[in-house]
Design a protein. Structure first.
Lengths: 261, 268
């Protein structure tokens, strides 16, 4: 069974077509990067998978179920985790929000819930910060907390929306290294337009700009690594890798990418 | 001050001050973390419409104001949940229309010139036993709600989008917070009046937020701070023969200034 299977999906806000004829199969333990320009439909696709937007044309199955039913198996890390940073809340309380509705005590939090949240914090190496106020953390640390919150529900699929947009380059690599470790036992899907880093970690890439083009990049990456002296891809090689069909859209994005030698 | 305590009205005033301040501290925390201060202001002023209506129909003021304020809270909740980006326009509108309705009803009431000022700026020395029961019942209800549904309210306040994904009924809790705010505003009218209530809902909260590391401790700490300000304000009002509501607010504001000055030194 695939982790996520999307068939013949189209989606429009009012009359404007956002996504057209999307087909995508995400296998379990894939590390998929969803890339593409802003406004290309990446977030809309995510919202459809999460069941926030209602599907009209086509079908989505999450672990063989409808999106709304599969939701408990998805861990989600939203964009903009730097909102509400002044909020008086402890790290552990944020993580415990990840618990799915179900068995819960009359007041407060159950013992198993606290233990589970501590486990999730350990997975992201932030257990020492459990009692710290969220405002005292750095952007990268806060992102780890959000990942722990998503892990709290023991998901089989972890979806992250622009997880590194507000983190410095060292912090970004730490986040991706963490995701790579988690990927050993769960499916990871990352939406990002910062492709230079993400493609080093992902083994599949889906370029979304109204249409979707899918690439298995695990082989290409390994061949590339044999040739390259630098760890980064350069943009031209990326474009070659992703095929000429995307070149037009990629050019629009160019200013946002940092050119690496 | 001590000799004043033998008067029943003074005992009532102190008790009302405590009950209202504590409720305002808890609800004020929720209002501030949810960025609903303007909403609460709108509800406070709208409740004047209920006061006018109650005067016109000869109903108890608390009842009229409560019904009107809760109705306004639900209306604001529905409107803001539907059209978030138009929120400030709606609130401004409801704010003014509510007050206008109140003024018109008072005009229409034959032979009765209600003392507008006492509702705008409070009349803590005129608190009846029934008022106290109403205040105590509301405080009990508020404490129950924020304790029982603490984790849901916390989730909705911190990250409503995520809370919705995890199955929390965001609209319900959003509306519930607004309704409790409306009722708190109504009981605070007696103590500080509907114009000054907004300071009572925000100043203690601002101080408590800096000193707390959880929403729970913030709510109860701001309740305690608000109570302290109210008692000092009442003492000032009694000693220097000043309006009680305004005295409470001035005490709060001066304390806030002092706190910020000292707190800055601590952190630097």
């Amino acid at each position: 069974m695939s982790a996520i299977e999307i068939k013949d999906l189209s989606f429009a806000y009012d009359k404007q077509m956002i996504l057209e004829n999307i087909n995508l199969k995400v296998e379990e333990k894939d590390f998929l990067a969803i890339i593409g320009p802003n406004g290309g439909g990446k977030s809309t696709l995510l919202k459809l998978i999460l069941g926030i937007n209602t599907l009209k044309i086509g079908s989505i199955s999450v672990l063989g179920k409808k999106p709304s039913q599969g939701l408990t198996k998805i861990g989600y890390v939203p964009q903009n985790t730097n909102i509400n940073t002044d909020f008086p809340i402890k790290v552990i309380e944020v993580v415990m929000m990840g618990h799915v509705e179900g068995k819960r005590p009359l007041f407060g939090y159950g013992k198993h819930e606290v233990q589970c949240a501590m486990g999730a914090l350990e997975q992201v190496s932030m257990a020492d910060f459990a009692q710290t106020k969220i405002s005292a953390l750095s952007g990268g640390q806060r992102q780890r907390i959000m990942i722990a919150r998503a892990l709290c529900a023991h998901p089989q699929i972890l979806i992250l929306d622009e997880p590194t947009s507000s983190i410095d380059i060292t912090g970004q690599r730490e986040i991706y290294d963490l995701l790579k470790v988690l990927n050993e036992y769960i499916t990871v899907i990352v939406v990002s337009h910062d492709i230079s880093v993400i493609l080093e970690y992902a083994d599949k890439a889906a370029h979304v700009n109204k249409n979707l083009s899918y690439h298995d990049i695990s082989d290409k990456r390994s061949t590339f690594h044999k040739h390259g002296s630098d760890e980064h891809f350069c943009e031209i090689e990326l474009l070659q890798m992703l095929g000429s069909d995307n070149c037009n859209t990629c050019e629009d994005e160019q200013p946002k990418w940092s050119l690496k030698p | 001050m001590i000799e004043a305590l033998q008067f029943e009205f003074m005992q009532h005033a102190l008790l009302a001050g405590f009950l209202v301040s504590f409720a305002a501290g808890i609800i004020g925390s929720l209002i501030v973390v949810n960025r609903m201060v303007f909403l609460a202001g709108g509800i406070a002023h709208t409740s004047y419409g209920g006061i006018g209506l109650a005067v016109y129909l000869g109903l108890p003021i608390f009842l009229g104001a409560s019904v009107f304020a809760v109705a306004a809270a639900i209306l604001i909740a529905v409107l803001t949940l539907k059209k978030r980006h138009r929120m400030d326009t709606f609130i401004g509108l409801i704010w003014a229309v509510g007050m206008a309705i109140g003024v018109i009803f008072v005009d229409l009431t034959p032979g009765y010139n209600v003392d507008l000022m006492s509702y705008l700026f409070g009349s803590i020395l005129a608190v009846s036993s029934e008022d106290l029961y109403f205040m105590a019942a509301l405080l009990a209800l508020i404490i129950f709600v924020v304790t029982f549904w603490y984790r849901d309210i916390l989730a909705v306040s911190y990250d409503s989008e995520y809370a919705a994904l995890r199955g929390v009924n965001v609209k319900f809790f959003y509306t519930l917070i607004l309704i409790l705010s409306a009722l708190t505003v109504v009981i605070a009218i007696k103590v500080v009046g509907l114009i000054l209530v907004i300071a009572m809902l925000t100043i203690p909260v601002y101080i408590a937020e800096k000193l707390s590391n959880s929403l729970f401790s913030m709510m109860f700490l701001s309740g305690a701070i608000a109570t302290l300000f109210t008692l000092v304000g009442l003492w000032m009002s009694y000693t220097y023969n000043l309006t009680s509501g305004a005295s409470i607010i001035i005490v709060s504001a001066l304390s806030l200034g002092l706190f910020l000055l000292l707190h800055k030194k601590d952190t630097v």
